[in-house]
Each structure stands twice: as structure tokens, then as C-alpha cells.
Design a protein around this ligand. Structure first.
Ligand SMILES: [Zn+2]
Length: 263
């Protein structure tokens, strides 16, 4: 199963279900912007997939009425979202559930603030640039549409400020994320040096995220950020690794514990 982003909040994984609609292009592109949409309805995460079964469309993420996040398309891939080829190649699209319908199309604070926080994370961990007017867009930036609706239009400045605040938080945090360009572990280069195959990268990512998620859910707290050395070492100790084996570096013993073939 394709993993979601290693966000520090729950991300429901609907990548396989969206893939089954066929409305996604599995080609990777460098992402340089984030585009926000309203979904013109009060859809649940599953409701969006049901909609996309009928409509030739998709997006990378959806934030529901309660602010919960789901992922449908891998961040670097091409979602069928903005009605413009260059846009779909270069942007990451986030749908938001509406709180009220036409003509106001409002989006609840809890929803757009969650979307802005996610956007801030994407700018910090994937795009590598601070959000500004020239890379945080609404759908109508790319094609002729009212999306993301009149309510979001009015509050753009607030949305941008919130996104920048989130970006600054994630940028400064010492919690690098596995699979990003930063090095999550002192030993991570072992997995990359001369071993560039996507399978190895995917297995490494799985090892790190599963280890940390397992530890963090056992500890019932998000004590540390995803994928940091301390979390990983604590998880190793929990599995009764001793001394040098609980060093926060995924080694052979860790791989064996997770039943990941050590290749
Ligand atoms: Zn839209």
C-alpha cells in the first residue's frame, strides 16, 4: 500500500481507492505551488472518492468539515484538479469541504486552518519555498472557475498568513521527515548511497514511519515529530533492542523486527 505523507497529524489513506477510479496520472513532477479548492458540497473523505468515481477529477488531499485530512494522490504526482496541464504538473491540490452551500460557499475556520497548516507543511517539506502570493493559489488562478468560492476569496490574506506561520513552524522544527530531502537519521545515507532504487527508498520509508508510528501510538502521544532519531531509538528500546542496537538508526535488526527483507 502506498504510504501517505509523514505528517504529524492523522492522514487517512485513500490513495488506493482513488487509484481505482483511474483519474490520476502516475508521473512525478517537481512541485512549486499549492492550490486550494472548495468541493462545492459537504463531502466526507469517502464522499470525495464517490464523486471522483463519476467525475473525471481528483486532488492530492481533502480536508473535511471537522478539519481531518485525507490523501488521494502522491504529492509529486499529477492529480486531475486545476484544469490546466502546467498547473496539474506543478501544483499540489487541497480540497476543502464547505460549511454552507450556494451562494456563500463558506468554509469553516477549522477546515481552512487545517488546510493552511497542511499547505505550510508541504511548502516546508516538499516544495522548499516560503509560501507567498506567487505560490499559494486558489483554483481560479489556473482556469476559469469560481473555485475556491467567495468566502475563501475574502479571507485570502488570512489564509496566506496562516500558511506562512505553519511553514515557519515546520521549517524550524528539528523533526525532518523521512523521504524528504533532509537526512532523517545519521545512518540514513547508508540506505541511499549506491542504493537508489525506488524499492529500497520505499522500504526505508516504511521502516522509519512504521517504527515511529508504532512507538508514538504506543506512547499515546505525539512526543516527538515523525521520523526523528529520539523517537526511533525509543521504539527500538521498546522492542528490547539493547545498547548500540537502540541507536535511532535503522539497521539490520530493525529491518528484521519489522519483517522487512534485508536486501
Ligand atoms: Zn477547484
Amino acid at each position: 500500500m502506498t504510504a501517505t505523507i509523514a505528517y504529524d497529524r492523522t492522514v487517512s489513506n485513500l490513495i488506493a481507492e482513488l487509484n481505482a477510479t483511474g483519474h490520476v496520472t502516475h508521473e512525478a513532477y517537481k512541485k512549486t505551488s499549492v492550490t486550494l479548492h472548495h468541493n462545492a458540497g459537504r463531502f466526507s473523505h469517502q464522499g470525495m472518492v464517490n464523486l471522483w468515481k463519476k467525475r473525471r477529477a481528483s486532488a492530492h488531499f481533502d480536508v473535511d468539515a471537522a478539519g481531518a485530512v485525507a490523501q488521494y494522490v502522491k504529492v509529486n504526482e499529477y492529480a486531475w484538479a486545476v484544469g490546466d496541464t502546467a498547473g496539474n504538473q506543478s501544483t499540489i491540490s487541497i480540497e476543502m469541504a464547505n460549511a454552507t452551500l450556494a451562494p456563500g460557499w463558506s468554509v469553516a475556520d477549522v477546515t481552512w486552518k487545517s488546510a493552511a497548516r497542511l499547505a505550510g507543511w508541504l511548502f516546508a517539506k516538499v516544495i522548499g519555498k516560503r509560501p507567498s502570493r506567487s505560490n499559494l493559489f486558489y483554483h481560479h488562478h489556473w482556469s476559469s472557475t469560481e473555485c475556491a468560492g467567495p468566502h475563501m476569496e475574502k479571507i485570502y490574506d488570512k489564509v496566506l498568513a496562516e500558511t506562512q506561520e505553519a511553514y515557519d513552524h515546520f521549517k524550524d522544527s528539528h523533526h525532518p521527515v523521512p523521504g524528504s530531502h533532509t537526512e532523517p537519521f545519521p545512518g540514513a545515507s547508508f540506505f541511499h548511497t549506491g542504493r537508489k532504487s525506488p524499492i529500497i527508498a520505499a522500504m526505508h520509508h516504511r521502516l522509519v514511519t512504521e517504527g515511529c508510528n508504532q512507538y508514538q501510538s504506543n506512547a499515546n502521544a505525539d512526543v516527538w515529530g515523525p521520523g526523528d532519531v529520539k523517537s526511533y531509538a525509543a521504539w527500538q528500546r521498546k522492542l528490547h533492542f539493547k545498547g548500540a542496537d537502540a541507536n535511532g538508526i535503522p539497521g539490520k535488526a530493525s529491518w528484521d523486527k519489522l519483517h522487512v527483507p534485508n536486501v
